[in-house]
Design a protein around this ligand. Structure first.
Ligand code: NAD
Ligand code: TYD
Length: 360
């Protein structure tokens, strides 16, 4: 079994590569990653040694069809697990073009390559092929105070990020319908855990709170996200690959809704408990309400009955434990964080937060 993982040097991709190599001793992984600002070889430093012979890294763009052809010819790919994407909503608002290129064009070229290679296989061999497209709950848009998104909810994306993910989902769906490509789509809620790039809410708040920096909460802080531990997500993805039905979609959620402000308070409390107060004050004093994100979705929540019923998956990690483990991980890996916070990150940070934190 040869698995092509795209975007394996990112947050969820790197957790998945490590998980699948441990869980399936016969699996080989080819990781194709462009190493954008979000991709980091350090996320898989140990994997290269521990799983020598079963892990190959290829640096390149999912939108490079010549390279995709080479990879398929060289490795003979059975499954594709497609994580590679531009993934941050705020960056999509500052500059949407990269999102269209990678998320839509990249997915298109990957689908085309699978179609060409897999239709060449002798009759019957395709039964084992799988294309798993990693999508998000954000394609469904925003919920009011009540209700949940099901797999049948209409698409109503609000940001350039979610619109580009929605576009790629539609292509995947069309390749199943038109060409019979054995594709499945998963929609997960917000992940948290080790190796998440510190532009996202949880690692950003941990890093700033640890260092006594302002904690920028958008709007009134009452937007709600559903939180899923990344290890639980990886288990769900393997279940979908092994037991899911081509043409189907599966919601993967944590059944754990939190308002942003509540979450930031929790992180402050835990850091205060572990490290003591920051300059004699609770880290909650660092919270700053700043200008809201344009088009900010109010609430996401997923109905996960389908994956639970059909594949027997449910989240295992309780949030209060998962968030503590995550804070502990970031504290123990301060070098990993510092290596990431380079000049280009600081430029982004200034553009995103400079005016907001100065009250403009
Ligand atoms: P990430 O930003 O941490 O990682 C993305 C990875 O893709 C990086 O390693 C980057 O180098 C690589 N990449 C980007 N453009 C590429 C290209 N053109 N060619 C090859 N590689 C490229 O993202 P993540 O948080 O790990 O998310 C992974 C996937 O899961 C994305 O598709 C995202 O939309 C989806 N998702 C994420 C979350 C979440 O909470 N993080 C929730 C739901 C869905
Ligand atoms: P984020 O981690 O960017 O994930 P997503 O937008 O994909 O859900 O943001 C999670 C929530 O936190 C979202 O409601 C926006 C909010 N947020 C802040 O309030 N401040 C911040 O600095 C960031 C990055 C996010």
């Amino acid at each position: 079994m040869v698995i092509l993982v795209t975007g394996g040097c990112g947050f969820i991709g790197s957790n998945f590569v490590r998980y699948v190599l441990e869980a399936r001793k016969k699996a080989k992984v080819v990781n194709l990653d462009l190493l954008t600002y979000a991709g980091n070889l350090a996320n898989l430093e140990d994997v290269q040694d521990v799983f020598a012979g079963r892990y190959h890294f290829v640096r390149g763009d999912v939108a490079d069809k010549g390279l995709l052809k080479q990879v398929f010819e060289q490795f003979g790919i059975d499954w594709v697990v497609h994580f590679a994407a531009e993934s941050h909503v705020d960056r999509s608002i500052l500059g949407p073009e990269a999102f269209i290129k990678t998320n839509i064009y990249g997915t298109f070229h990957l689908l085309e390559t699978c179609r060409q290679f897999w239709s060449k296989s002798p009759r019957g061999e395709n039964a084992e092929k799988r294309f798993l497209h990693i999508s998000t709950d954000e394609v469904y848009g925003s919920l009011g105070r009540t209700g949940f998104f099901t797999e049948g909810s209409p698409y109503l994306p609000s940001s350039p990020y979610s619109a580009s993910k929605a576009g790629s989902d539609h292509l995947v769906h069309a390749y199943f319908h038109t060409y019979g490509l054995p594709a499945m789509i998963t929609h997960s809620s917000n992940n948290y855990g080790p190796y998440q790039f510190p532009e996202k809410l949880i690692p950003l708040m941990i890093n700033n709170a640890k260092n006594g920096l302002p904690l920028p909460v958008y709007g009134d802080g009452k937007n709600v996200r559903d939180w899923l531990y990344v290890g639980d997500h990886c288990k769900a993805l393997l279940a979908v690959l092994e037991k899911g039905t081509p043409g189907e979609k599966y919601n993967i959620g944590g059944n754990c809704e939190k308002e942003n402000l509540e979450l930031v308070n929790l992180i402050c409390d835990y850091l205060d408990e572990k490290l003591g107060f920051n300059q004699d004050r609770s880290r909650k004093k660092l919270i700053r309400f700043v200008a809201d994100r344009p088009g900010h979705d109010r609430r996401y929540a997923l109905d996960t009955a389908k994956i639970n019923r059909s594949l027997g998956w449910k989240p295992e990690v309780v949030f209060e434990k998962g968030i503590r483990q995550t804070v502990d991980w970031y504290l123990a890996h301060s070098g990993w964080v510092e290596n990431i916070l380079d000049g280009s990150y600081m430029e982004y940070y200034q553009e995103q937060y400079g005016a907001r934190l100065n009250g403009r």
